[in-house]
Write a new protein. Structure first.
Length: 31
């Protein structure tokens, strides 16, 4: 939910062409 709120805010205007993993940390467990 925090990622969605960030992307909906004006602060996310600098995020261009980025992939943001919003999976609750599951991706970190596979590395």
């Amino acid at each position: 939910a925090k990622v969605a709120l960030f992307l909906a805010s004006d602060d996310s205007s600098f995020v261009v062409g980025s992939e943001i993993a919003a999976d609750g940390g599951w991706l970190l467990n596979t590395m």
